[in-house]
Structure formats: C-alpha cells, structure tokens
Design a protein around this ligand. Sequence first.
Ligand code: ADP
Ligand code: MG
Length: 676
Amino acid sequence: MNRIRLLSEQVANQIAAGEVIERPASVVKELVENSLDAQAGRVTVEIQAGGRSLVRVADDGQGMSRDDALLCLERHATSKIRRAEDLAAIATMGFRGEALPSIASVSRFTLTTRERQSDSPEGTQVVISGGKMLEVKAAGSAPGTTVDVRQLFFNLPARRKFLRTEPTESAHIQHYLTLAALAFPEVAFTFQKDGRSIWQLPAIKSGSDTPARLAALRERLRALYGGEQALLPVDFSAAIPPSEPAGEEPGSDLAPQTSDLRLWGFIGGPGVSRLTREDQHLFVNRRPVQNRGLNFALFEGYHTALMKGRYPVCCLFLEVDPAAVDVNIHPAKREVRFHQEGEVRRLVAQAVRETLLRLAQSPQSTVHGPQSEGGKEQTGGEGREVGKPGQASLPSFPAGLPPPPDPAQPARQPVLGMGFGPPQPAPGSPAPPPKEPRSTHLTSASRPLSTKVAQEPRPTQLASAASAPSPGVTPGAAVPLLKVPLRLLGVVARLYVVLESDRGLVLLDQHAAHERILYEQMLNRLERNDQAPSQRLLLPETVELSARDASFVREQLPVLGRLGVGLSEFGERTFLLDALPPFVKAADPRRFVLAMLDELKASGLEVNSLRLGEHTVAKTVCRHAVKARDPLAGPELEALVEDLRHCAMPYTCPHGRPTLIEMNFRELDKKFGRIA
Ligand code: ADP
Ligand code: MG
C-alpha cells in the first residue's frame, strides 16, 4: 500500500509559517523587509493588541501588477533571485519567497497594491483567509503596497495560545522596528499602536560616504532615543585576507581572493554598558543579525573597558562582499555565517579597540547630542533601567555628612533608552563604609594639578562618554576632563577623591585609577620584555595548597614570575614565596597570594584554559596590589591624577569600572532645584 502523498499547498505553507512566522513581530519584520526591498521612501506600521488583532504595513514602494500580486502569494515566488548562484550574492532583505504565502496561510490577509510605474490609477486587492483565496478585485489605491494581517494564527489555536501578552508582543515589534529604522535612516517610519502614534521618524537625507552616513545614523538615533548620546563614531575598513592558500591554480574562479570589510557606526565609550545585549545592535550588510563571533569580537575589542557581566552598547554596521557571508542559514534570516569567521572577528575587535584608544588621543572624538530637555518623555525607552551614576557616592559630599538614608532614591536623570548615556557603577562597589569622617590635610587644596599636558600629544582625556552622568552637556564639555585643570578638595570614604574643575565636580575612584595605572605599566613592561621589578621578602614564606590548587598554580608560575611575583615550587603541594612587586605593600604576603589565587581560579573557569594569559594575570595582580595599599596622601593623589593622564585607557579600571565621574554645574544646579 502506498502511504506517501504530497502535502497540499495550504499545509505546506502552514508548515513554512511554523518556521518563518513565530509571532506578530515576525510578520512585521517580513512585511517591512518587503517594503524596504521595494525601495519604499516611507513605511507605516500599525498594530492592534500587540499585533494579534492587526498588523498593517503600508509603503510607497514599487508596488505590484495584478499578475505579480497573485504570484507573490505562491510558495517560492520571488522577484529577488533567479538562480542558485544568486544565493551567493544577495543584496536584498528577502529571497526565500515564502513570507507572504506563509503569513496568508495563518491569518486573514489582505494585500492591496498598485504599481508605481504604471499609469493606471487602479490597483489590485487580494483577500485570503487561512490560505484560501476569497477575492481578487480591482481597487483604487495610492502607488505602493499595503498588507493587512488580521487575527494571526486564528486557524491554529495551538500557536495562538503561545503568543505572549500584548505588551510583550508589542515590545518585540518595536524592537524590530528600531533595528529597521536604524538601518534605513533615509526611509521615513511611522509606527502606530492601538491608534496611538509612537513614532514619526522623518526621512533623513544621506550621502554614500561614511561621514554622511554616520551623521544620518546619529540623527536617527536621536529621533529614536532623544536626549544626549555620548557615543564614539567608528569608521574602519580593512581587507580580509584570503583564507587558506587553496590548491587551485592562480586565476581560476576558486583562487582565494581578498575582499573588503568596512565597519562603521557608533559604540558606547569606555565604561558605558548594559546588563543585557538589548542595546547591542549589529548589522551585516544592513541586516540585523545575531552572531556569536561578532559578540565575542565586541568583548575582545572592549577588553578592559567593560565591566564583567555587562554588555557593550553599540549600533554597528558591518559591510562585506555578499559572497563572503551566508545569510541562508536561518529561516527568519536572523543569523549569518561568515566564510572567514576568524578574520572578521579579529578585524571587528581591532576596529572597536582602535576607536576606544583614539578617544584617549583626540579630544573631539565623542559625539554630543543636543541638550536634552530634562524630564521630557522619551518614546522608545519605556520601562528601561538606566544607571544612576554617582548617585551612590554623591550624597556623601561634602565629607562629614552622614550617608544618605536611602540609596535607592529615584534618579532624576532623564531616561536614555539606549543606555547610551551614563556608565553605571559596579554593583556591590568595593567602597568601605566611612567609619569616621577622615579629615584630609591637603596642602594643595587650591593648587591646580599640573596642566602641562597641553604640550603633550599623549592620551589624556575623559570625554563625557566615560564620565557623563550628564543629561545635558555644558558648552565646552567636549574638552576632555583630564585636560582641564583639576583642584584637589579632599577624599571621601578613603576612596573617592573629590576634585573640582571650572566645569563642576569631579570624583575619582582612587582604587580604580590606581589599578588602571599599575595595569598599563605592567603591560608596557611585558611588551618591552623587561623583567618586572621585584622585591625580595626578608622572610620568604611557604604556602601550602590543595593538590588541585597546586597544579593550577604550577601552570601560572612563569607568568607570575614575569610580573614580579616570586613563587616557586617547594615540594609536592608547597610553594615558596620570596619576592613581590614593590607596589604590593601586603601586610600579609601569604594572604595576598591566596586571595590572588582565588581570583585567578575564577577567571580560569571563565576563559576555560589551563594557563592564563598575561593580561588576565596582570589584571588580578593589580587588583590585589591596590586592595592592599595604604590610604594616599595629597602629593600621591596628585601623582595619581598625573599618571592617569598618561594612560592609554584612563577612563576605566582594568575590570571596566569607571575611574572618574563628572558632574557639571548644570547637573548640580538641577539636582538642587535651581534650574528646571
Ligand atoms: P521574498 O521577499 O523572499 O521574495 P515574499 O514572500 O516576502 O518573498 O515576497 C514575494 C515577492 O512579492 C517579492 O519577491 C516581491 O517581488 C513581492 N513583494 C512583496 N511585498 C512587496 C511590497 N511591499 N512591494 C512590492 N513588492 C512586494
Ligand atoms: Mg520577503
């Protein structure tokens, strides 16, 4: 008996819909992609009840003839590719030819379209319900295409049950639309939710060169998120070298070829981060994508400028030859695969790193948005958490006042949806509670710290990307913080150094700053291959470890030695500690070693390798060196600021926490209610 049969078109479409159409946001995505592929200049999206009752996408694009309007609803009907080879060079968002028939098979669907090119004022309307064609008629309409999708999954109750609440589904839709709007600033977007207008984004004229595109993107970001954004522009290009030298003879089609890679967009400054990837927007040839390699590349690029457990904030566009990337690996085209994943990853990390380092070198590299109107409601940032920079430490200024009763008092910062604003203080900040107000006898209280940096081309600034709690940028704030004279006022909680500039208040985290300085000195030394200075202990100590710890330590001995920690094997599980770097003023060297080990073990788990890299070990040694230090006195503090000016990445400690926070007078005035 024959038991195999071909599925009906309708069932086949519903199966395809299972992959392509997961939720209302998938419908919005497919329809908007079609509008963009049709060269629309304006896209209007309307949803009701989180897209469950209605998704309507209207565009002023090319439109379709009557024949095409019927054909586009067939499975595997597309105008975007013809041959299999075209798959290797896709320049459109769509190409699978399954979105429209899939959507139409699981909803009540109406397509109204009129060709832009045709003279006839008449368009075509096709009505389909659950995959069944109900009506095809001539209909008057403006040039372009409108698709109405009502009651998604009405014929698949099981799927409909899986939909989340209206706010959740709306949030997914809004997220996708944000991505589309960022990728296409030259297209006007309108978004309406339950009859309420959420966005009216005007089209932004843009040239094809990167500066023009950056300017357009910046304007779009502003329109979406409002307020100030302290972002660093990225503009990087490089050649992807050919992969393995293949065996083909030169000149053949298969011979390895270099192709160009361009990365442009914006990234958050050092210390700017979020708890989730939510504000990490990555595009490959204008397509929003998820790609683990790129995520890693970002982390690698930020390196020490990012706190553990946090994610970079970015809006980055990667452009590569379409032949160098495979977009057909995910039904919803969410993921891509690069043919030279490793190279792409390396170049992206390099681009990010160079951008961050450039911030330390050129004063004008941050972008300052317009002054935000404080308290103005910002659409697009609903319910997002925003850091409360400096909030925890500020109220204890001036020294001597009791700590604030409620550290959780609401921040009065306007909501910056992207988190593109302020850096956020580390959770569980290591600040010791102020036991007694420490009187600081600083003779230098009113003497400006050295300003000789003026002649120095070396890195020295902290643009507000790093410090900026600033909801508004004071005029002239583009001058890097470490380039303006700073006066030392005192120290709070034996940790936060209070400084004053002619722009306002500056707080410096003494530990974080010191850690950054030590770390960079250590790396410089490693780079020059110098032996780190090391001081012999008067009384060498032995440290006994568990068998597991002992074998772990054994792996790290060479690097520790190079960093000045004189630890050597002294028996099966015993080690001899006979020297330490001079900056380690550990009262109890043994405890120092044990504490360091614990942390090294923790990072060992993270990087999942037996022998830790020099950078990791150096980071840990610095951290523990700093913890063991005495409180600093006036001249030492000045030296600290001076040394910080010489760092390549002065704005964060090696673990990504901010070293400095600036509060300009405008913000202070606001907090005290002097200005609205
Ligand atoms: P794909 O986008 O992969 O080609 P779709 O099912 O999404 O497949 O669309 C099928 C075809 O219908 C497209 O190739 C395009 O020619 C046409 N089409 C769809 N939407 C529009 C639109 N908004 N404007 C003009 N043509 C459209
Ligand atoms: Mg499509």
